[in-house]
Design a protein around this ligand. Structure first.
Ligand code: NAI
Length: 688
């Protein structure tokens, strides 16, 4: 209680009005998360307060970035069995029940992140006030980790705001800002920073009736409405996630449908439901994927490079979008190309993206002001990072570097977005060849979170560290890879795409191939993906890889490109396109899907992943899985290709590859790396 010499994670100050201000300030961390030990410290404070009976309690955070960002996810992976999970969850419920039972007014004073367990705590307060800026985000993102709220959040939110708002938030995992939260009824007031404290204080000095949902909202929880609404929810969720892959949202709907009448029952059922989910494979893999993402983000903290001025050369598909993204993320960007006419379309696309993302005129204008067309390349001299995204032609790129380098600052890095040219072929024109690094974005830049950071043994380690820090600074995930053909993502993806093309050529209907890939858990079927990427680009990558690896290029792909069927962009590829959407014909009458279709595609991908691990294309198995999940959408609930191999058993998979090798040829030959695969799981345990 009171102030201490060394600051604890949780402490309370009582003011002159006898209001208790309970502060969360997790030490040695920039963000408040609810670890088991913080929950206990909080509980202790509540016990003392219950004795002391202040006039009211305000819970707040000392962190600049927010209130509480959620539970400590790393603790989820240490739950060994259902019993441990149940007791951890019930303990959390008990702590928040204690908060809810306090006999005086309680207020959560929210700014910044208020997510997961943080929002559940706020919901256990009688009132909530929030800052009304866009940085304040309230949400229950648990479904994204394969679970649903477990500390009473699902029990308290539905009666507070009605099932429509509550289930929408919990089933999507999306977050809302303070204003939207106020409209929904999650918070009682959304106010500017300067009024936040007085708003909290006012709730205690003159406590209003706690928020009640409107009549219609309340009706949504009624026993006879729930089965109907549950059906609607299941239908909506079904469009996004299959129950066998992602059980959590379905479990949440069941929980609400069966128990929303009775708070006590629902608490018990909530704990049991989350315990079941959290110890299951989908949640464990999704949690792993989340932690892998954190691992990649942490790479950015190894350098204090904080670039603010970026110069991009090449305003085509990639360069234009890279420049736009950097400007959206607050960088000052100059964008060069051969002529102003070539830059104009990129600026137009930028405006569309800014409008969509920033919504209000002022931030849109500010972002536009940060993105400067610069066909003369005047920005080079001031730039911290120069990114080259011109034609994929080594000689053209080398000529450009000759011009750029003398004008660049000594401490600036030079990055290429090349997807296939080794750094070794590009750098010898430079005075300082060690400053060239690959920063390989994927198309579309605004959607694809992953960026490969390409290096070889000549690239200076500081330059790599700077490239990583830059990538993190614009909210992308850096994946360090070596400058080898196809790097990681394209190399592993390509055999899978090419096998799909083989299958199609053998007469398997394209729609069936795609359906089977979706059934495995890929976000888009390989045939549709090839069409989306563009068959010419696929062919180019395939030919490039084919020179180095045993990935024969199907004749079918060449034929389509020759006929000008380039995929979605030309209106026809494997599929025909109408308004950008593929027309997928139904299966021919009497067609029976043969076995092993998805196996052929997936096994080739796994084989290539093993080869990449073996050849040290990536630094760790964790990086490989993260790269494939974030770079290709590889079934997140399976935790990545290497985790999938671990689940299925390497020996079984090798046997399946050997069988396919006999039937279909050397492209299925197991890579020598499989010999070492049995060892990686242990390594992974220690590095994860
Ligand atoms: P693009 O053809 O759309 O754009 C290239 C732009 O560079 C053109 O506007 C051209 O006028 C300009 N340019 C060419 N030489 C120039 C010079 N000397 N000075 C200034 N501007 C010059 O090409 P895209 O697709 O944007 O590709 C650019 C780079 O990004 C290539 O290295 C490519 O391999 C790589 N990449 C492409 C991806 C894609 O999906 N398109 C994905 C990842 C990387």
């Amino acid at each position: 209680m009171g102030t201490h010499n060394t600051k604890p994670d949780v402490y309370t100050v009582i003011d002159d009005d006898n209001i208790a201000w309970l502060h969360f300030d997790k030490q040695h961390s920039g963000t408040n998360v609810l670890s088991a030990s913080i929950l206990e410290a909080f509980y202790e404070e509540l016990l003392v307060l219950a004795e002391r009976t202040p006039r009211g309690l305000v819970i707040l955070s000392d962190k600049a970035n927010g209130f509480i960002a959620g539970a400590d996810v790393s603790e989820f992976t240490r739950l060994e069995n259902h019993d441990q999970a149940i007791s951890a969850i019930q303990r959390g419920q008990a702590v928040f029940d204690r908060l809810a039972a306090l006999p005086f007014p309680t207020v959560a004073m929210i700014h910044g992140f208020c997510l997961g367990g943080g929002l559940e705590m706020a919901l256990a307060c009688r009132y909530r006030v929030a800052r009304n800026d866009p940085a304040t985000r309230l949400g229950l993102p648990e479904v994204r980790l394969g679970i649903h709220p477990g500390f009473g959040g699902s029990v308290r939110l539905t009666p507070l705001v009605g099932a429509l708002h509550a289930m929408d938030l919990m089933l999507s995992g999306r977050s809302v800002d303070g204003r939207a939260a106020k409209r929904m009824g999650i918070v009682d007031h959304a106010v500017p920073e300067r009024h936040l404290k007085s708003a909290a204080r006012a709730m205690i000095l003159d406590p209003p009736f706690p928020h009640r949902p409107g009549k219609l909202q309340a009706l949504s929880n009624h026993a006879w409405v729930r089965p109907l609404l549950a059906r609607v929810f299941r239908h909506q969720v079904g469009k996004k996630a299959r129950q066998d892959h992602y059980p959590a949202p379905y479990a949440l709907i069941d929980l609400w449908q069966q128990h929303a009448d009775n708070e006590r029952d629902m608490m018990h059922a909530e704990a049991a439901s989350v315990a079941g989910l959290i110890t299951g494979p989908a949640a464990q893999n999704l949690i792993r994927v989340f932690l892998l993402q954190e691992q990649l983000k942490a790479l950015g903290r190894q350098s204090d490079f904080r670039p603010t001025r970026i110069h991009v050369v090449g305003a085509g598909i990639m360069g234009g979008d890279i420049a736009t993204w950097c400007a959206l993320r607050g960088m000052h960007v100059t964008l060069a190309d051969q002529s102003p006419e070539r830059i104009a379309p990129a600026i137009k696309r930028a405006h569309t993206l800014f409008k969509r993302r920033l919504k209000r005129p002022r931030p849109i204008q500010e972002a536009m002001d940060r993105l400067m067309p610069d066909h003369k390349g005047l920005g080079v001299e001031r730039a911290d990072v120069v990114i080259e995204a011109i034609f994929e032609d080594a000689e053209v790129k080398r000529n450009l570097y000759r011009e750029l380098e003398p004008r660049m600052r000594k401490d600036a890095i030079l990055a290429t977005n090349t997807s296939s040219i080794p750094l070794a072929e590009l750098r010898d024109v430079l005075d300082d060849p060690s400053r060239l690094v690959g920063i390989h974005f994927f198309n579309p830049v605004a959607k694809m979170q992953l960026v490969e950071i390409v290096r070889d043994d000549k690239t200076h380690a500081d330059v790599v560290a700077k490239a990583i820090a830059f990538t993190c600074g614009i909210d992308r995930l850096p994946l360090p890879v070596t400058s080898t053909p196809g790097f990681l993502v394209n190399r592993v993806l390509m055999p899978y795409l090419l096998e799909a093309v083989e299958l199609e050529n053998e007469g398997v209907p394209a729609a069936e191939i795609d359906r089977q890939a979706l059934e495995f858990g890929m976000p888009m079927g390989p045939i549709e993906l090839a069409d989306t990427v563009g068959l010419d680009i696929c062919l180019h990558v395939a030919e490039n890889l084919g020179q180095h690896l045993d990935t024969p290029v199907p004749q079918r792909l060449r034929d389509l490109v020759r006929q000008g069927r380039l995929g979605r962009k030309s209106g026809e590829g494997f599929y025909q396109y109408k308004k950008g959407k593929p027309i997928k014909p139904g299966l021919p009458k009497g067609y029976h899907p043969q076995d092993g279709i998805s196996d052929r595609m997936i096994l080739r991908m796994l084989n290539e992943a093993v080869a990449c691990l073996h050849e040290n294309v990536i630094d760790t198995p964790d990086h490989l899985d993260a790269g494939m999940v974030y770079g290709t959408g590889f079934a997140p609930f399976r935790g990545g290709p290497l985790r999938y191999i671990e689940t299925e058993g390497a020996d079984t998979l090798i046997q399946r590859l050997r069988k396919l090798e006999q039937e279909l040829g050397s492209r299925f030959k197991p890579d020598p790396g499989w010999e070492h695969v049995s060892g990686f799981t242990n390594e992974e345990e220690t590095s994860g």
